[in-house]
Design a protein around this ligand. Structure first.
Ligand SMILES: CC(C)(COP(=O)(O)OP(=O)(O)OC[C@H]1O[C@@H](n2cnc3c(N)ncnc32)[C@H](O)[C@@H]1OP(=O)(O)O)[C@@H](O)C(=O)NCCC(=O)NCCS
Length: 182
């Protein structure tokens, strides 16, 4: 058995990461169609560095979980909760689906909602926020669909493909999420 349904929501479940997936992780970390939307394109990510990184994550208590499509137990990629601050009950969320053919099928929304339910109901967090490049309309549409609110824009702070872009900060508070998820 490769994946373990830790948290389930809609068409996906979140599982501990499996280190055997390092080749797929490396492929997606080097796919410009994906990495333009995130911040890793300038980094050189080899198969051995990705393998080592995955082995460290898999051994740690980090909340970096594999998104698995229930239909066929297919790896879609990861959703990650980091910068966790238990005193102030806040954390940052990061998500990506590696396979382009699997975008816009609600897997992203399901995975975010699964991680949010874990954040509020298990980790007792209050404020989950994320950062997204302003030109990433698909991601912003997905975040709004699960009721994240835009709270701030940092201007001219992301250099990508020879141009400057803005970074949008969005957040979700526990009571707002609970109200929407009754
Ligand atoms: C962002 C991401 C996680 C969203 O997951 P997803 O499964 O594709 O998203 P969903 O299907 O849940 O929702 C996407 C919404 O955007 C809409 N959408 C799709 N393409 C769009 C586009 N080009 N412009 C605007 N909206 C778009 C979809 O119609 C959908 O809304 P709807 O279902 O209400 O119609 C995924 O697309 C991804 O991994 N992208 C590449 C990496 C990335 O951008 N990561 C986020 C970094 S902040």
């Amino acid at each position: 058995m490769k994946y373990f349904p830790k948290i389930s929501r809609g068409k996906v479940y979140l599982s501990p990461i499996h280190t055997d997936d390092y080749e797929l992780f490396t492929k997606w970390m080097n796919d410009k169609r994906i990495t333009d939307w995130i911040t890793t394109w300038p980094r050189i990510i080899s198969i051995s560095s990705e393998k080592e990184w995955l082995e460290n994550v898999a051994k740690s208590w980090e909340y970096n979980l594999a998104i698995i499509r229930k239909d066929g137990d297919k790896l879609l990629w990861t959703v990650w909760l980091f910068h966790i601050d238990h005193i102030n009950q806040s954390a940052e969320l990061w998500i990506s689906i590696g396979d382009f053919d699997e975008h816009s099928k609600w897997y992203g929304a399901d995975a975010i909602n699964a991680m949010l339910s874990f954040s509020y109901d298990t980790l007792n967090l209050y404020n989950v926020f994320l950062q997204v490049k302003s030109f990433n309309k698909k991601a912003i549409a997905c975040y709004k669909k699960v009721w994240f609110q835009e709270i701030w824009t940092r201007h001219h702070c992301q250099y990508c493909n020879g141009e400057w872009h803005d970074l949008v900060i969005m957040e979700m508070l526990k009571p707002d999420w609970q109200e929407k998820n009754i």
